[in-house]
Design a protein around this ligand. Structure first.
Ligand SMILES: *[C@@H]1O[C@H](CO)[C@@H](O)[C@H](O)[C@H]1NC(C)=O
Ligand SMILES: *[C@@H]1O[C@H](CO)[C@@H](O)[C@H](O)[C@H]1NC(C)=O
Ligand SMILES: *[C@@H]1O[C@H](CO)[C@@H](O)[C@H](O)[C@H]1NC(C)=O
Ligand SMILES: *[C@@H]1O[C@H](CO)[C@@H](O)[C@H](O)[C@H]1NC(C)=O
Ligand SMILES: *[C@@H]1O[C@H](CO)[C@@H](O)[C@H](O)[C@H]1NC(C)=O
Ligand SMILES: *[C@@H]1O[C@H](CO)[C@@H](O)[C@H](O)[C@H]1NC(C)=O
Ligand SMILES: *[C@@H]1O[C@H](CO)[C@@H](O)[C@H](O)[C@H]1NC(C)=O
Ligand SMILES: *[C@@H]1O[C@H](CO)[C@@H](O)[C@H](O)[C@H]1NC(C)=O
Length: 353
């Protein structure tokens, strides 16, 4: 998901933090299972004494929030005298929808496997009514864990984001994590390195520029003369793939995909494409200087089934600010994506099958 207040999309914000680590206490690579539900991926974390909270895995925002009434303070819990109001967009599986939330902030331990981030800032979401059906006030699942950001400046609470926190404390062996999302609805999150048992072949890599997790990349050169070498923002918490309307219209026309513009909350004037479900197009993205195309898996190209062999494409054309592509989980499926904080780069390869 994209947190509106946290998403400057400006270049040259944060430079890669080089921090020394205490290697003596680092733990081996941890890979935890994830499950897919209603457009998003979830994994289990313990916040304070609330065990096995199912949190949305989001590389597009920086903070941890737990939905109303689920947080249980541990003996280490401290209330921070702060109320936070936030908005998020791309909250629905079609890339539309918005969220407004109000939350209190606590600090407590956040635990996953052998890793414990102590004094982690956690937002405890307040139960407020939905202003309308398309505006949610709590997260899908039981909350969210943001995996974006290198310092407290990236957080709306002013606390260091969770994964960076583990890196700063030298708990992880390497300051990088990976997502291996399959097309079957199961997947994994690896913390503290690269889980090579999941990979097939070498990784294509691209440096992040300006800000995590933005890289250079786009459609292959032979597809269109627009859409090539754009910025790509890799956001596991967006369900679909959004490009600017001009670019996406040209792509749909080239692929023979019927398209219409529709208004919805959080995405006025969005261009949706419709294709025969039984013949999804073979289309993908290249990253950095690599000429390897990483295709959208046929199962993942389908955003909605409208019946009569009519499916809505996972790519939509919208207004996404500074341009480029907002690339969500539908592209991630079938791939291992390495988010390498220390190396300031992203690596992509196909999952081992
Ligand atoms: C751990 O760190 C210390 C000092 O920071 C260094 O001397 C030592 O070689 C490191 N050990 C390993 C296994 O990296
Ligand atoms: C999360 O924990 C619940 C309860 O222990 C369990 O049923 C579920 O399978 C777990 N989910 C994942 C993705 O590990
Ligand atoms: C929190 O804020 C309220 C009102 O601003 C104040 O009365 C209270 O003492 C504060 N609590 C702490 C722990 O800072
Ligand atoms: C909102 O959703 C409820 C339940 O699905 C439905 O009854 C109601 O008509 C919807 N309201 C609007 C304005 O769409
Ligand atoms: C805990 O975190 C808060 C805010 O993130 C910070 O102000 C405080 O100094 C930290 N406390 C300890 C003991 O590290
Ligand atoms: C959309 O992207 C194309 C290709 O990069 C660019 O030429 C065009 O200016 C963009 N349009 C808008 C409205 O951002
Ligand atoms: C990509 O190619 C350009 C031009 O040859 C070069 O300047 C740049 O360093 C390359 N980037 C990577 C990540 O290899
Ligand atoms: C596919 O479904 C959409 C949305 O219901 C509709 O607008 C479009 O006309 C349909 N296309 C075909 C070829 O049936």
């Amino acid at each position: 998901m994209r947190a509106l207040l946290l998403f400057p999309f400006a270049l040259g914000l944060g430079c890669a933090a080089t921090r020394t680590k205490d290697n003596g206490s680092s733990k081996p690579l941890l890979t935890i299972p994830l499950v897919f539900g209603e457009g998003f991926w979830f994994g289990n974390f313990t916040a304070g004494d609330a065990i096995d909270l199912s949190l949305l895995i989001d590389t597009g925002s920086s903070d941890i929030y737990v939905n109303p009434d689920l947080y249980k303070p541990s003996s280490e819990s401290h209330t921070v005298n702060q109320t936070v109001s936030m908005s998020f967009i791309t909250t629905k599986p079609d890339g539309c929808g918005e969220m407004i939330l109000k939350s209190h902030v606590v600090t407590d331990k956040l635990i996953v496997g052998p890793y414990t981030a102590t004094n982690q800032s956690i937002g405890t979401v307040m139960d407020i009514p939905q202003p309308n059906n398309d505006t949610i006030t709590k997260f899908p699942g039981q909350g969210i864990i943001g995996l974006l950001g290198e310092s407290a400046d990236d957080s709306s609470f002013g606390g260091t984001p969770f994964f960076q926190h583990l890196c700063d404390e030298g708990q992880v062996d390497e300051c990088r994590f990976g997502l291996g999302l399959e097309t079957s609805g199961t997947g994994s999150l690896s913390l503290g390195g690269v889980d090579r048992s999941l990979l097939s072949g070498d990784m294509a890599t691209a440096p992040i520029y300006g800000q995590q997790w933005i890289i250079q990349g786009g459609l292959p050169l032979d597809i269109l003369d627009v859409g090539v070498q754009q910025s790509m923002f890799l956001d596991s918490g967006t369900s679909n793939i959004i490009g600017n309307r001009t670019m996406v219209k040209a792509l749909f026309d080239k692929l023979g995909i019927q398209s219409f513009t529709r208004d919805a909350i959080g995405c006025d004037g969005t261009l949706f494409g419709y294709y025969p479900c039984d013949s999804p197009p073979h289309i993908g993205f290249q990253i950095g200087n690599s000429s390897q195309t990483f295709f959208i898996e046929p199962e993942a190209f389908k955003m909605e089934d409208n019946g009569n062999n009519n499916c809505t494409a996972t790519i939509t054309g919208g207004n996404i600010g500074a341009g480029g592509w907002l690339v969500g989980q539908s592209w991630f499926q079938g791939k291992y994506i390495d988010f390498d904080v220390t190396g300031s780069q992203v690596g992509v390869t196909n999952l081992h099958i």
